[in-house]
Design a binder for this molecule. Structure first.
Ligand code: 5RP
Length: 234
C-alpha cells in the first residue's frame, strides 16, 4: 500500500536519529519510538539491515513506527515474545538539563513508556530546539474517554489547565493507538519533574502521562550536523 509522508526534512533530527542508530549492534532486541526524529533512526537501521546485514529484531511503539519499520525491512517482535529489550530509542518534545523529558506529541507516550521501561538502556534523539534548562512544556496525558471530565477536574485542582487534544478544529478528539483520548495539561514551569510524574500517575482515569525520568542518554542534533551526547549522571 502507498502512504503519503508529510514530514519535512530536518538536518538536526536526521543527525541525531542516525547517530543513535550506531548504538545498535548484532543480536539486539530494540525498541523503536515514534515521531519524525525516530523515523530517521528506523530508516538508518533499515539501511544497515539491508546493506550491512545487521541482525536485529524490534518492538514498535505505535502504528506509525510499525509502518516505518516494515517499510525499512526490520524484523518485528513483541513484548510478549521479548519482554526485555537491549535498547530503546525515541524522540522527545522537551529535554531538561537533568535529561528528564516530556513526550507524547504524537500521542504514543503510553506504549513509549512501556517500551522504554522494558529496555536496559533508553536513548532520546531530538533536535536542539527541544533542549531546555527546565521543564515548561505542556504534559500530554492519555486518559480513558469515560474519565475525561474527572481527569480535567483533577488537573485543575493541581493548578493545571487541561486541553482535550483535537484532530483538527472541526474534528473530534485525537484517539490514541490504545483507543483513548489525550489531554494536554499546561502547568507552567514544573519544578520537580519526578514529583509531578508521581502525582499524575495517581490520578483516577489517567492511563499514562508524558513525563519520563528514566532516560539514560540524549542525542541532540545541531543545525551544523553535529550531535551533542549527554549521559545520565550516576
Ligand atoms: C510521540 C513522541 C515523539 O517522540 C515526540 O513528540 C517527538 O516527535 P518528533 O521527533 O517528531 O519531534 O513522544 O508520542
Amino acid at each position: 500500500m502507498k502512504e503519503r509522508n508529510p514530514s519535512v526534512e530536518s538536518p538536526e533530527k536526521k543527525a541525531a536519529g542516525i547517530a543513535a542508530a550506531e548504538l545498535v549492534t548484532d543480536g539486539m532486541v530494540v525498541g523503536l519510538g515514534t515521531g519524525s526524529t525516530t523515523a530517521y533512526t528506523i530508516a538508518e537501521l533499515g539501511r544497515r539491515v539491508a546493506e550491512e546485514g545487521l541482525d536485529i529484531i524490534a518492538v514498535v511503539t505505535s502504528y506509525q513506527s510499525e509502518m516505518l519499520a516494515i517499510q525499512a525491512g526490520i524484523t518485528l517482535t513483541s513484548l510478549a515474545e521479548n519482554p526485555e529489550l537491549d535498547l530503546a530509542i525515541d524522540g522527545a518534545d522537551q529535554v531538561d538539563a537533568a535529561i528528564n523529558v516530556i513526550k507524547g506529541g504524537g500521542a504514543a507516550h503510553t506504549r513509549e513508556k512501556i517500551v522504554s521501561r522494558s529496555a536496559k538502556s533508553f536513548v532520546i534523539v531530538a533536535d536542539e530546539g527541544k533542549s531546555s534548562e527546565g521543564m515548561d512544556h505542556f504534559v500530554p496525558i492519555e486518559v480513558l474517554p469515560y474519565a475525561k471530565e474527572l481527569v480535567s477536574k483533577q488537573i485543575r485542582e493541581l493548578g493545571g489547565e487541561p486541553v482535550l487534544r483535537l484532530a483538527s478544529r472541526k474534528d473530534g478528539p485525537v484517539i490514541s493507538d490504545n483507543g483513548n483520548f489525550i489531554i494536554d495539561a499546561e502547568f507552567g514551569f514544573i519544578e520537580d519533574p519526578a514529583e509531578m510524574s508521581f502525582i499524575l500517575s495517581q490520578l483516577t482515569g489517567v492511563v499514562e502521562h508524558g513525563i519520563f525520568t528514566n532516560v539514560d542518554e540524549v542525542y541532540i542534533g545541531k543545525k551544523d550536523g553535529s550531535v551533542e551526547i549527554t549521559k545520565k549522571e550516576v
